[in-house]
Ligand binder design. Structure first.
Ligand SMILES: C[S@@+](CC[C@H](N)C(=O)[O-])C[C@H]1O[C@@H](n2cnc3c(N)ncnc32)[C@H](O)[C@@H]1O
Length: 220
């Protein structure tokens, strides 16, 4: 008898939990609104059933405070969005906006991407976006970076043929590494990056004089 092979996943965390203090609004968002937007674990294998309509699905990993994800979802009612974020206050913040905008094409999980991505069906994503993942500057911390060969392998499996992987960073050496990984990956071809909404972390980088690089690749 053969045993099913466990999907490959990273056991190294790309984040440090700094929950900080929840504001009153964020607490309300997490405790009262999150259950309405949470993608139920039972639907991870059939995520389209979590939305009123089956539409192209965009997964965003690490949405931070979520303002840009809320704006994208409001601007594109013809698409469905799934946001992942480990930072509780960010999830609470997004929930307040999602409720006030009445977004029915958005679902969220307050979880690490490695607890979610392996359970999604193959070829279920039209787009996978990661904007300003923490670059982990120090050489000894590079193993904590989110965008690794293992991550690209998982992304390639979950994207449909022609689906887009879109990554933005304001850390030039990280951008160069990501570009090299994408160029050498057999399942991706570099493509033009789609337009996107400016993010909170991006504005912080710009104030510090950082140059932003958007990289995109299509799944073969
Ligand atoms: C530098 S912030 C950028 C936030 C947002 N994308 C922006 O541009 O404003 C990176 C975010 O990714 C989240 N993150 C890092 N690793 C993650 C993981 N493995 N799964 C889910 N979220 C993650 C962090 O909690 C953090 O909020």
């Amino acid at each position: 008898m053969t045993t099913p092979t466990e999907p490959k996943r990273s056991s190294i965390r790309s984040f440090v939990i700094r929950q900080g203090r929840l504001s009153k609004g964020q607490r309300r968002g997490l405790e009262e609104i999150y259950p309405q937007f949470e993608l139920k674990q039972a639907l991870l294998g059939t995520p389209q059933l979590a939305y009123p309509q089956a539409q192209p699905l965009t997964l965003e990993v690490g949405f931070g405070m979520g303002d840009s994800l809320a704006e994208m979802a409001a601007n594109a009612p013809e698409r469905n969005f799934l946001g992942l974020e480990v930072h509780g206050p960010g999830v609470g913040h997004l929930m307040i906006q999602a409720a006030s905008l009445g977004l029915n094409n958005l679902r969220v999980l307050n979880l690490d991407v490695w607890s979610v991505l392996p359970s999604l069906p193959a070829a279920s994503l039209a787009c996978l976006q990661i904007f300003f993942p923490d670059p982990w500057h120090k050489k000894r911390h590079h193993k904590r970076r989110l965008i690794t060969a293992l991550f690209l392998d998982a992304a390639a499996e979950k994207l449909q043929t022609g689906g887009i992987l879109h990554i933005a960073t304001d850390w030039q050496p990280y951008a160069e590494e990501i570009k090299a990984c994408l160029e050498s990956h057999p399942s991706f071809s570099l493509s033009a990056a789609p337009a996107r909404v400016e993010t909170k972390y991006e504005r912080r980088g710009q104030r510090l004089g950082h140059v932003v690089t958007d990289l995109a690749a299509r799944a073969r």
